[in-house]
Design a protein around this ligand. Structure first.
Ligand SMILES: Nc1ncnc2c1ncn2[C@@H]1O[C@H](COP(=O)(O)OP(=O)(O)OP(=O)(O)O)[C@@H](O)[C@H]1O
Ligand SMILES: [Mg+2]
Length: 261
């Protein structure tokens, strides 16, 4: 059995004692977090608290300073693991879309399928078209990213990730670069994915999405998990002062400034 193989009983993501420093700056100070298969976990917290770094460690875009991370039982922090094989199982969607500007929407969806999975062009296009339908962009396959709205570009980015048939998806503030009127379409696609049973780890400032869609909300501050639980608990009835201060700022910026807390 290869170290990159999936273990049927293992959680989708297992994180133990994760630490990450950049030089002298400790950004993650020991994170323990498990995401079950099919679970939707939303990570919330102030800017600079380490949310993106946590996500980036899961697929080893950042190398942890200490700790262990496994994805479906394959330990990504094991230096001997074939990390590219594990990464193929993980879809990642960034704030800034990261589409290839010189490729059409369709080609953005087929390139990795062909290069990484070895699919033929017709096979890759079939999968790509099915995923463009899934995100509501049937008529945009010939458009270049610059010809699409931010919300459409982000849905292309989601369809691109889905075309690799990932076992889990990581989202890093997928709607925070969008104009408010474009946010809803992207969240609707994410909600649909959650309903279909996709395992999702989502960094977001969209509290209503977290409330409705997340199975669990994790509040991070200063590189640590401060509290976690059901959304109605963490967002509706937070136990820690830091969580209350953060939520007050996000949900009602004006009130937080006059110091109602
Ligand atoms: N490559 C890097 N080199 C040095 N410092 C970094 C690097 N990446 C992140 N940091 C620092 O690590 C800390 C955590 O950053 P991170 O991007 O994980 O925070 P975040 O919670 O995602 O914040 P935001 O909500 O603003 O996206 C910040 O202080 C940031 O400046
Ligand atoms: Mg971030």
């Amino acid at each position: 059995m290869d170290k990159a193989d999936t273990h049927p009983g293992a959680p989708a993501i297992g994180i133990e004692g994760l630490r990450k420093s950049f030089g002298d700056l400790e950004v993650l100070g020991g994170i323990d977090l498990t995401v079950a298969r099919g679970e939707v976990v939303c990570v919330i917290g102030p800017s600079g608290s380490g949310k993106s770094t946590l996500l980036r460690c899961v697929n080893m875009l950042e190398e942890p300073s200490a700790g262990r991370i496994s994805v479906a039982g394959a330990e990504v922090t094991d230096p001997d693991v074939d990390i590219d094989r594990v990464r193929r199982r993980i879809g990642m969607v960034f704030q800034s879309f990261n589409l290839f500007p010189h490729l059409t929407a369709l080609d953005n969806l087929t390139i990795a399928q062909r290069r990484v999975l070895g699919r033929s062009r017709p096979e890759a296009e079939k999968v790509a078209r099915a995923n463009l339908v899934r995100v509501g962009l049937t008529d945009k396959e010939a458009s270049y990213p610059a010809q699409l709205s931010g919300g459409q570009q982000q849905r292309v980015a989601i369809a691109r990730a889905l075309s690799m048939e990932p076992e889990l998806m990581l989202f890093d503030e997928p709607t925070s670069a969008l104009d408010p009127e474009l946010v809803g379409d992207v969240l609707a696609v994410m909600r649909q994915l959650a309903d279909e049973g996709m395992t999702m780890l989502v960094v977001t400032h969209e509290m209503s999405f977290a409330r409705e869609v997340a199975d669990r909300v994790v509040f991070m501050d200063e590189g640590a998990v401060v509290e976690q639980g059901a959304p109605e608990q963490v967002i509706g009835n937070p136990q820690h002062r830091r969580t209350r201060v953060f939520l007050a700022r996000v949900l009602d910026p004006a009130a937080a400034e006059v110091g109602e807390l």
